[in-house]
Structure formats: structure tokens, C-alpha cells
Design a protein around this ligand. Structure first.
Ligand code: SF4
Ligand code: SF4
Length: 386
């Protein structure tokens, strides 16, 4: 990345804060975040008189108990910390999967519990479906991005993400959460444009850099309870017992991949390292907090069944894991077909049918199925070697 042409609003060696937090108690989390901002050197002036956009992870319209979305207690704590600094305005903005339409947005805000906390804290919920173009002249895979207009026009973005394993990118935390700034079905087009997970991940690095060039960003990771297994929606809740924050999304993600036991296996972080955007690994991170990060690292974390032997290899189609619809569970709702970039899904007799000739293995169908009817099947040869 040519730093003279693009000013990124974070330091590659910037600090990351991690603090114990085992309960979704908004008051307790507020204290944690306040202390973290102090140790990161972020003063109230960061928010004062600024138009602040808060970007949670609301991947789909679902309840907080599923642990697929940022917990409302974390969003409430973040809003209270921002409010105390007297911002000009605070807006919660997000584009979940599926069409970016006000009724669907309202459903996601309500189901996640975030409508209620925004209301309590006097923050606006964005139903603005307009977009604006941001650019990254030195982007490796993409140089322009159409993102939600409120985020493109913000003075500060607070990226309040959830720590989860992920079937396509292996992990979702700070960098991947910014993909939610791409409106609705435009996300589907990006999956079609970058069908290989490594290319898609490099595109995410470009996107995160473009967002970080618009305005300062603060990343806060809800890792009180995250998700393991076939995330981002089909896994199981996993307590990590901590909150993580920092200005540099890739440094934050370096700590997150360490906690998930995915070091060196997340292409967004590996690519950011190659571009000189973050330290080379956990040992190079400047970590601030009460306890060493190793205290929060679980003994075991289940990864997505799609995890490749090498994240950069292109396996032949017949060897790659594939999505399979469990017909007894499928309701025929069609959400998977709507989100399929390859148009590989047809609804026949109220059941989803996948054409494997067309399927690009992006696992968007698995991600978007609220009934967990899409399972991941691995070839028996892969089962033998893993
Ligand atoms: S697989 Fe899931 S998303 Fe697709 S039609 Fe069936 S229930 Fe709906
Ligand atoms: S069927 Fe599923 S995995 Fe295959 S291209 Fe469509 S959304 Fe992606």
C-alpha cells in the first residue's frame, strides 16, 4: 500500500485492548470500554461534536441468544460511552444479508434487541438505503466501493463486531464486519466477483482500508460469548469471556485469530500483514489490559468444516466441501436462493435444490438459512486427512 497516496486512520503498530468480561451486563461492559479507551489513548474528543456511526453485526433477523449478532448489551454500553462525550449525532447503521429494505432492516433491529437499546440511548436507527462511493486508489482487488451513505459521510465509525468462526473466511471479527456496509444484495455480487475465499478475503482488506481512509474508526469486539463451528450463523455459542478493542482492525483481528486458534489461517489478517498494515503475529502486538491474552484463549475451538488444508490453495471442485440442504428441515422460504451469487438454488416443491455445476462454494446459503437447513458436507478424502 502506498501510504503517501492513501492516509489510513490507524497505526500498523497501534495497541489492542483485551479485558475480562463474562456477562452481558451493560453497566459492567460500559466500565470495561471506558477503561479500554483510556488505555488506548482515546479521549472524549474522539467523539465530541462528531457524527458517529455505530456498525453492529446484524447478519440476519435473529435473537441475541443465538449469538450470531452483536449483543444489545454491548451496543448499549458503546452508545452510553459515546453519549457521555457529547457527539453531534449517533446513528446505528447496518445492512444484514438479503435485500436492503426498510421493513427488513426494522425486523433485524427489533429481533436483535438493538432497536430497544438505541431508543433508550437516544441513538437513531438508519433506514437510509442510499449509497455513496468511497475509493482506495491502491486497492489490490478493488479500488472503489459503494457503501451505506451514512457510513461514507460519518466523522467516526465504531465497528462493534462479534467474534465468530466463518465458513467462507474462517473468522469474522473487525475486518469482515465492514462487509455489512455494502448494501444488501450488492454483497451477493461481490461474492460472484471474487468466488475464491482468498480473493474475497483480499477484497475485504481493500474494503477495510477504504473505510479507514474515510474517517477514524474504533473497533470493539463482542467476545463475551462468540460462536464456534460452522459460523457465522450455523455454529454454536462459545464463551470467550472478554471484550477487545483497538483502532487498527487488522491488529484487533490478529488477537482474535489467536483466541480462535486460527493463527496464520485467516487470509484477511495474513494479507494485511503482507501489506505492512499490522504486526506479524501475536508476539508483535502491543496488547494492553489486565491479564495476558493467553488467559482468554480456550483450550479448544471448533473451526468451520470448510477449513482448507491451506487457505491459499485452489482444490478441484469434487474435493471441496459443499452445501447440502437437509430436506426435512428446509421450509422452502427461499432466503438461500435470494442470496446465492451463482443462481445455483431453485425452490422446487417447497424445498431448496442446489445445482453443484453452478455452485461456487461461497456458503452464503448456509449463512442466510435461519432454520440451519444447509449443512456442510466434506469429501471423504478430506475427512481422512483432517
Ligand atoms: S435451505 Fe433454508 S433458506 Fe433455503 S429455502 Fe430451505 S429453509 Fe429457506
Ligand atoms: S449454492 Fe450456496 S454455496 Fe453454492 S454458490 Fe449458491 S449460495 Fe454459494
Amino acid at each position: 500500500m502506498n501510504k503517501e497516496e492513501v492516509k489510513l486512520n490507524f497505526e500498523p503498530a497501534g495497541p489492542v485492548a483485551i479485558t475480562r468480561c463474562e456477562r452481558y451486563d451493560a453497566g459492567e461492559i460500559e466500565k470495561v470500554i471506558k477503561a479500554q479507551l483510556e488505555s488506548l489513548g482515546i479521549s472524549p474528543g474522539f467523539f465530541e461534536n462528531k457524527r458517529v456511526v455505530v456498525k453492529p453485526n446484524l447478519i440476519m433477523s435473529t435473537s441475541p441468544e443465538r449469538m450470531a449478532t452483536t449483543h444489545p448489551a454491548v451496543v448499549e454500553a458503546v452508545l452510553k460511552v459515546i453519549n457521555a462525550a457529547r457527539p453531534a449525532s449517533v446513528t446505528v447503521a447496518e445492512s444484514p444479508g438479503g435485500p436492503h429494505q426498510p421493513p427488513l432492516l426494522r425486523a433485524a433491529y427489533n429481533a436483535s434487541g438493538i432497536a430497544a437499546v438505541a431508543n433508550r440511548c437516544g441513538a437513531a436507527l438508519s433506514f437510509d438505503t442510499s449509497t455513496a462511493t468511497i475509493s482506495l486508489p491502491d486497492g489490490k482487488l478493488s479500488k472503489t466501493f459503494e457503501i451505506l451513505a451514512p457510513a461514507a459521510e460519518a466523522d467516526v465509525i465504531v465497528n462493534v463486531c462479534k467474534l465468530k468462526t466463518h465458513a467462507l473466511t474462517q473468522m469474522t471479527a473487525a475486518a469482515k464486519n465492514l462487509f455489512g456496509l455494502i448494501p444488501g444484495t450488492d454483497k451477493v455480487a461481490m461474492h460472484a466477483r471474487f468466488p475464491h475465499p482468498a480473493d474475497f478475503s483480499r477484497y475485504l482488506v481493500d474494503l477495510a482500508c477504504a473505510v479507514a481512509s474515510v474517517c477514524p474508526m474504533l473497533c470493539i469486539v463482542d467476545a463475551v460469548v462468540g460462536m464456534e463451528g460452522n459460523g457465522p450463523t450455523g455454529g454454536t455459542p462459545k464463551p470467550f469471556g472478554c471484550i477487545i478493542s483497538g483502532r487498527n482492525p487488522f491488529a484487533v483481528d490478529t488477537l482474535c485469530e489467536y483466541l480462535l486458534r486460527l493463527e496464520g489461517e485467516v487470509v484477511t489478517t495474513a494479507d494485511a500483514r503482507l501489506r505492512g498494515l499490522c504486526p506479524g503475529g501475536i508476539d508483535g502486538l502491543r496488547i494492553v489490559g489486565d491479564e495476558p491474552a493467553s488467559v482468554f484463549r480456550p483450550e479448544q475451538v471448533k473451526h468451520a468444516e470448510t477449513k482448507p488444508l491451506n487457505p491459499l490453495t485452489h482444490l478441484p471442485g469434487f474435493l471441496r466441501p459443499k452445501p447440502v440442504v437437509e430436506l426435512a428441515t428446509c421450509t422452502g422460504c427461499g432466503a438461500c436462493a435470494e442470496s446465492c451469487p451463482a443462481k445455483a438454488i431453485a425452490i422446487e416443491n417447497r424445498k431448496a435444490r442446489i445445482s453443484y455445476k453452478k455452485c461456487i462454494r461461497c456458503f452464503c446459503c448456509q449463512e442466510m438459512c435461519r432454520f440451519c437447513a444447509v449443512k456442510i458436507h466434506k469429501n471423504f478424502l478430506l475427512r481422512l486427512v483432517k
